[in-house]
Design a protein around this ligand. Structure first.
Ligand code: C2E
Ligand code: MG
Ligand code: MG
Length: 717
């Protein structure tokens, strides 16, 4: 499953947090503003409503100050219009500033009419008509004897909303008796759109308060219905509510915005910092992961990567058939020894490059370490497909590799095993390893599939290894040393013996050193084995004081430092003079210049031990290198002796080695002499010493003693 990188996650989280914080702040501000506005509007409406109610109340209060008056009642009855005009009409207009004042007689005749707006307005009848319902209620109240002598409300007069009030003019004292129905009526009106508006504007700071007859308030205006007698709106008081929210907003918004921006900036800086450091961390993690899963030299996936990949593929290998191929470079160690480690690295790099180019389409090509590579192949249909692919791998090693100091020719061995769902990872690895091992053992430069047979052979090897280890741990139990005579080619006299190890195996019988010495070499047991043989041979050789004692020392014995010193110690402990010892080594050991082995050999030679070059001609070096090798003896390999007289090449090589050896002052010995013809040829060619079945196979020490005795007897006779 893909997960976003940490840095991206942090960036997202921080952005989300900043956004939430900002939105939250804005919401709080908006809520505060709208709530403040709503409260203020409600308060304004309440105040305006109360102002209208007060206007209505004060109008009737004004009327009451004159309506309950003996003199006024009498003047109404007396129809004294002038008095009424002077004392009530004008009083109401000028003192109380009523816009309209009318006094009606009991018979509803107009006795007085006073108005503040001299010009405007229709006839008094219109106003009386506007008072209609109130007047009727007053009159009927009076006739029915109900104690209501005043009526008030809001209505339209001349198309203008006005507060109106009607009150009966009645005597204050009981001295003047007025019968019901004889009362005059005082009608007063104050227009809401005149003085009232002025008062409203100044008292409540509603400078733009205005009256409209219809509710046509715009979005920014507020309208309060002014209701008449039946609760129906008569007009609307409209004003622009200067709401404090706007001020609040204006006051806090810049600060809030500024603070928000500062917070955003700081959060941004912080996020950037975290982003950068986590991105750097991720980059180094990616780098570390790459290092953990890739090989430093070639950049190819490494062993850990292969294991991971195998785990992934194994469960599906039933349907999607896959093969694991192990690839090993042949004679790589020799390249390393001959040209140095840098050249070795170069070969590895070049091989990796060739493989990458030639093996496209593979599931994985990796380097396991050293000169070992691995290839995973998926979607394989047949064995033929695998072998064709393996052949392609082999071809990657055909051309020589150009390295500093020359060109190296190596080969490639391949072993492969099929992936199967029921197999464990380590079992697949083991199988590929077994197959590779088989390819190597079958002579390298080839591929080999895992099979139960190779597996069995491998197991036998493992078992032999264990048993050999045990044998050595038990002081060489079952191991023997045989000796093969080395003879003078000139007169056939006994000059020395070569110690050759044997193993009398409890179960398998006689096991050839050709089989178990390589096992000992691979498992690291050989150094112990060589030491054991040396001790044994020294003890036996004490019986043959005139003979040279040749022992084989594996190149791997040189890997443990101090070999020369160990041999010296053994020789002195066993009482053998160093001059009697000849150490047989193979060519590969001498190839690496300035190597530790060279130094050890040098030390051995200085102490009198002689060095013999065994199996000469089979190794990597050329004839010309013989000049530079500091050895005392050359043992021409059996394969050349076998070809004597049959293949011209062998004869020529043997002659050349003998000539060169003599020119360099090196003793030349021929191995594997089996026929008189060979012996004769070698003798005439000038070979110094001979060894082979013609004279004797390797035999137990007693037989050597017996042979020596026979020789003496012969010599004595
Ligand atoms: P090598 O050192 O070249 O020994 C000579 C081998 O050739 C011996 O085989 C010997 O039996 C065989 N041989 C001698 N003459 C003839 C002949 O005329 N015809 C044929 N066909 N073979 C002949 P062996 O004893 O089986 O040893 C094989 C190899 O095992 C030796 O080759 C040597 O490399 C190694 N080896 C034996 N003993 C030791 C040991 O103690 N230490 C080490 N490191 N290697 C040993
Ligand atoms: Mg030998
Ligand atoms: Mg040999």
């Amino acid at each position: 499953m893909y997960t976003k990188p940490l840095s991206t996650q942090i960036l997202w989280l921080t952005s989300l947090f900043a956004l939430l914080a900002l939105t939250g702040t804005l919401l709080v501000v908006a809520r505060a503003v709208t709530q403040t506005d709503a409260d203020a509007l409600e308060r304004q409406r309440m105040l305006v409503g109360r102002a209208i109610a007060e206007e209505v109340a004060s109008l009737s209060q004004d009327q009451k100050s004159v309506a309950s008056w003996d003199e006024a009642a009498r003047r109404v009855r007396a129809d004294d219009r002038e008095w009424l005009h002077e004392n009530i009409g004008l009083w109401m207009r000028d003192y109380f500033q009523h816009d309209r004042t009318i006094i009606l007689s009991a018979k509803d005749e107009i006795l007085v009419q006073a108005r503040s707006d001299r010009l405007a307005g229709g006839p008094a009848e219109d106003m009386i008509a506007a008072f209609g319902p109130h007047l009727a209620a007053l009159r009927s109240g009076a006739t029915t004897g109900k104690q209501e002598n005043a009526r008030r409300g809001i209505t339209l007069i001349d198309g203008r909303p006005a507060v109106v009030s009607a009150i009966q003019i009645v005597p204050h004292s009981a001295r003047l008796a007025i019968r019901p129905g004889e009362e005059g009526v005082l009608l007063s009106a104050v227009f809401l759109d005149s003085a009232f508006l002025q008062r409203l504007r100044s008292a409540y700071a509603l400078s733009d308060a205005r009256i409209r007859l219809t509710n046509t308030a715009r979005a920014w205006e507020t309208a309060l219905p002014v209701t008449g007698g039946h609760g129906a709106p008569v007009a609307y008081l409209v004003w622009d509510p200067r709401l404090p929210g706007e001020h609040l907003l204006k006051a806090i918004l810049p600060t809030a915005l500024f603070t928000g921006l500062v917070v955003l900036f700081v959060v941004g800086l912080y996020a950037r910092h975290i982003y950068r450091s986590s991105a750097a961390l991720e980059a180094s993690e990616v780098h570390a992961r790459h290092l953990a899963y890739h090989d430093g030299l070639t950049g190819l996936p490494n062993r850990a990567h292969l294991l991971h990949r195998l785990d992934r593929l194994l469960p599906f290998s039933g349907e999607d058939r896959a093969v694991l191929l192990f690839v090993d470079l042949d004679r790589f160690k020799e390249v390393n020894d001959t040209y140095g480690h840098q050249a070795g690295d170069e070969v590895i790099r070049q091989f990796a490059g060739r493989a990458e180019r030639n093996l496209s389409g593979v599931d994985m090509l990796g380097r396991l370490g050293g000169d070992e590579f691995a290839v995973l192949l998926r979607g394989v249909a047949s064995e033929e497909e695998v072998t064709a692919f393996a052949a392609r791998i082999l071809s990657c090693g055909f051309d020589p590799f150009l390295v500093p100091g020359g060109s190296a020719t190596i080969g490639v061995s391949v072993g492969y095993a099929w992936l199967e769902p029921e197999l464990s990872r380590s079992e697949v690895l083991r199988r590929a390893d077994v197959a590779l091992y088989a390819a190597k053992r079958e002579g390298r430069g080839r591929f080999c599939a895992f099979s139960p047979e190779t597996d069995a052979a491998m197991r036998t090897r493992r078992q032999l290894e264990d048993e050999l280890r045990l044998a050595l741990a038990r002081g060489g139990e079952g191991l023997l040393v045989y000796y093969q005579p080395l003879l003078s080619a000139r007169d056939g006299t006994f000059v020395g013996v070569e110690a050759l190890v044997r193993w009398q195996h409890p179960r398998l019988g006689f096991v050839s050193p050709a089989l178990f010495v390589p096992i000992a070499e691979e498992s690291g047991l050989v150094s112990c084995l060589d030491q054991w043989v040396l001790v044994q041979a020294c003890r036996d050789a004490r019986a043959w004081p005139d003979l040279v004692l040749a022992v084989n020392v594996s190149p791997r014995s040189f890997e443990r430092p101090g070999l020369a010193a160990r041999i010296r110690t053994t020789l002195s402990a066993e009482g053998i003079h160093p001059r009697r010892l000849e150490v047989e080594v193979t060519e590969s050991l001498l190839l690496a210049e300035h190597s530790r082995a060279q130094a050890e050999l040098q030390t051995m030679r200085q102490s009198g031990i002689r060095i013999a070059l065994d199996d000469f001609g089979t190794g990597y070096s050329s004839l010309s290198r013989l000049r530079t090798l500091k050895v005392d003896k050359v043992k021409i390999d059996r394969s050349f002796v076998m070809g004597l007289g049959e293949t011209g090449g062998s004869t020529a090589i043997i002659d050349a080695v003998i000539d060169l050896g003599h020119a360099l002052g090196v003793t030349v010995l021929a191995e594997g002499v089996e026929t008189e013809r060979q012996r004769e040829h070698l003798r005439t060619a000038g070979c110094d010493e001979l060894q082979g079945f013609l004279f004797s196979p390797p035999v137990p020490a007693e037989e050597i003693s017996a042979m020596l005795e026979a020789e003496w007897e012969q010599g004595a006779a």
